[in-house]
Unconditional design. Structure first.
Length: 198
């Protein structure tokens, strides 16, 4: 079986993104709560944590062209563990997840990409592609990255109004960091911010 990788990768194109993170802030106006409901938690996390502008159809989960993905546990008298029954419906929808889990059918990378199980087939090195993605975050404020990720995780399954409250609270914390001051100052001065993780 070929490798599949859960690093996220994005491509330029139609505009959708959250550049606030580049200023040392977390996205406001409900962005961290609404986006996961629209594009899924993994894609929302990538968009928010990197502050990238990406295509709505961009890549986030990588797989080699020869990858075969599936949940064969049913064939062994088991059910998928480690969150498989919970995460798969969030990626591909309940009906398709039910089909894949109850039949134990594996899918090739091309089908996995088509149904949203993966979003990008990588012809080259998966690890290198994942590392390229990870490097995109290293210049941002670590505390603000954590606040943005926390906003997504804490409110993912909550009603929107509860998620908005969590986001507002965490956004207030982000505004109080030295990195927020540096990010906004750098923006005004038209220079790249130098975050001190504070």
């Amino acid at each position: 079986m070929a490798l599949a990788c859960t690093f996220r990768l994005a491509a330029p194109g139609a505009q959708l993104g959250f550049p606030e993170i580049k200023l040392g802030l977390i996205p406001g106006y409900g962005g961290t709560q609404r986006l996961p409901r629209l594009v899924g938690e993994a894609r929302a996390t990538e968009l928010i944590l990197t502050g990238r502008t990406v295509l709505a159809e961009e890549a986030e989960r990588l797989a080699a062209p020869t990858a075969r993905l599936g949940f064969p546990e049913i064939k062994l008298g088991l059910i998928p563990g480690y969150g498989g029954t919970q995460r798969l419906p969030r990626l591909v929808g309940e009906a398709r997840a039910t089909e894949l889990i109850l039949t134990g059918r594996t899918v090739l990378a091309e089908e996995a990409e088509r149904i949203g199980l993966i979003n990008h087939i990588v012809e080259g090195d998966l690890i290198e592609a994942g590392q390229t993605f990870a490097r995109e975050m290293t210049g941002f404020s670590l505390p603000v990255l954590c606040l943005a990720r926390d906003a997504i995780r804490r409110a993912h399954d909550l009603p929107l109004h509860d998620g908005l409250k969590i986001e507002a609270d965490l956004s207030t914390l982000a505004f109080q960091t030295a990195d927020a001051v540096e990010g906004m100052t750098a923006f005004i001065e038209k220079r790249k911010p130098v975050f001190g993780d504070g």
